[in-house]
Design a protein around this ligand. Structure first.
Ligand code: NAD
Length: 442
């Protein structure tokens, strides 16, 4: 496969619907790293290593030196928002990064002005932005987004583009007839079908243009037959959904450990408080429902109560999110985990995570953008399940259960990179060389 991976020549444009806390923290972070005033901590593409070959070979290059990724100096940013603030102003309002850091990159951030959004308040009730496109039909709206994409590419002299949705979480939606096929979807665009959301319009426009699309929020978008069909038609990678940060990140680190040691779980109560705009949007029950569904699936998939009823069948799992403005972007989460061990004796684990939501999400945006671009250059199309590592609710092929265990997700990600580069996959068996090594030191 190695010879099939095209080099990362020229500029990569990263297009972002939703220039809020996550997106501005991501963009400001990349600009700060480019200036040498900060480190891209939390980003596997920039700081992670990958073992190549046998353990005895001691080869552990940086991922960015192993696979051909776009260089941070070759990235152009663009995006849309319902507010007209430039990225410097939006980042200042988001209050994630301190003023000193933002001022060091002020000219770069001020130059980034959002394009008018494709927006429909029905899908995000708690927002009142006015920087939005007018349109006659949703087909016309999609065409306007396509024009934005083309103009951005030409004006910024980009070779390639990717799109990562960092917009607000839209209300809970299920697949309906209009999402069942590309034909139905395109008819729905012309007829202004109410079940076509703004995020679907951005995704449609991106996929039409062959631009990889990753969904950072939990709303229904590329996980519909219609957009899957379009991705297949235009041979475009897609990934979703919902950045895995904060409490769910902790869950998918801790739960595999409990399951690995066959410890039982009777209950897992999770509650969060956050006070940023995301928290405000999630304060609406319809928007919260989208998030709740995404967060709830994680434990069942890791514990598999149907295969292990003695340990997990009676597990009670509850997730709450409360909007609490004084905390801003500094989310605080509490987990109470009631577990049981040998002979059924109970124990408890308490996790109190004082995290910074956007600080955890920003490197995910970077990695998803760079890896989606790599997928495209490697000729990998459709759902990129190897990127589940970054997502709370990984999209899979119809009928396949998602893998939530972060360690299995990492093995899959790393093996996919090895496969792309024509290296042996690592099974961690090691029997083929273990005895040789033991004999050599005797
Ligand atoms: N921060 C995290 O840890 C995290 C984790 C998982 C998922 N997410 C999701 O990522 C998204 C972004 O989070 P955030 O904290 O930056 O939220 P935010 O509210 O600060 O930013 C979202 C931005 O999207 C804009 N927007 C909404 N609808 C739009 C549309 N149709 N077109 C263009 N712009 C639109 C809003 O005006 C806002 O500026 C949310 O959906 C959130 O649920 C965040």
């Amino acid at each position: 496969m190695k010879e099939q991976v095209k080099p990362a020549n020229g500029k990569l444009g990263i297009l972002i619907p939703g220039l809020g806390a996550v997106a501005t923290t991501f963009i400001a972070g990349v600009e700060a790293v480019k200036k040498g005033i900060a480190q891209p901590i939390g980003s596997l593409t920039q700081m992670g290593n990958i073992r190549i070959g046998k353990r005895t070979e001691n080869k552990n290059p940086k991922i960015k030196d192993f696979v051909p990724l776009a260089d941070l100096n070759d990235i152009a940013f663009g995006g849309w928002d319902v507010y007209e603030d430039n990225v410097y102003v939006a980042a200042s309002k988001a209050k994630v990064l301190d003023a000193e850091l933002l001022n060091a990159i002020k000219p770069e951030l001020e130059a980034l002005i959002p394009m008018k959004a494709a927006f429909d308040k029905r899908f995000v009730k708690n927002l009142d932005g006015t920087h939005i496109k007018s349109f006659t039909t949703k087909a016309d709206l999609a065409q306007q987004v396509i024009e934005d994409i083309r103009n951005f590419k030409a004006e910024n002299n980009c070779e390639r583009l990717v799109m990562v949705w960092c917009g607000s979480t839209e209300i809970f939606q299920e697949v309906t007839d209009v999402h069942q096929s590309l034909e139905a979807f395109e008819a729905g665009l012309t007829e202004n079908h109410p079940d076509i959301s703004p995020s679907m319009i951005y995704a449609y426009a991106a996929l039409k243009e062959g631009v990889p699309y990753a969904n950072g929020a939990p709303n229904l978008t590329v996980d519909t037959p219609a957009l899957l069909e379009l991705a297949a038609l235009t041979e475009t990678p897609i990934a979703g959904k919902d950045f895995k940060t904060g409490q769910t990140l902790m869950k998918t680190i801790v739960a595999p450990g409990l399951s690995a040691r066959a410890l039982g779980v009777r209950g897992w109560f999770s509650t969060n408080i956050l006070g940023n705009r995301d928290g405000l949007v999630l304060d609406d029950p319809d928007n919260f429902k989208t998030k709740e569904v995404s967060k709830l699936s994680v434990l069942d998939e890791i514990f598999r109560p149907e295969s292990n009823p003695e340990l997990y069948a009676d597990m009670y799992h509850k997730v709450r999110i409360n909007y609490y403005p004084p905390h801003g972007d500094n989310k605080e989460s509490w987990d109470n985990i009631d577990i049981f061990g040998w002979l059924g004796y109970p124990m408890q684990i308490k996790i109190n995570f004082l995290c910074r939501d956007s600080i955890l999400a920003a490197p995910i945006v970077l990695d998803l953008a760079l890896f989606m671009d790599l997928s495209k250059r490697a000729g990998m199309t459709g759902i990129q399940e190897w990127l589940s590592f970054y997502l709370k609710s990984p999209q899979t092929a119809e009928g396949l259960r998602a893998e939530h265990d972060i360690f299995k997700q990492l093995i899959k990600l790393q093996n996919t990179l090895r496969h792309m580069m024509g290296e042996d996959l690592i099974t961690h068996l090691g029997l083929d060389y273990y005895q040789e090594l033991v004999d050599s030191i005797q």
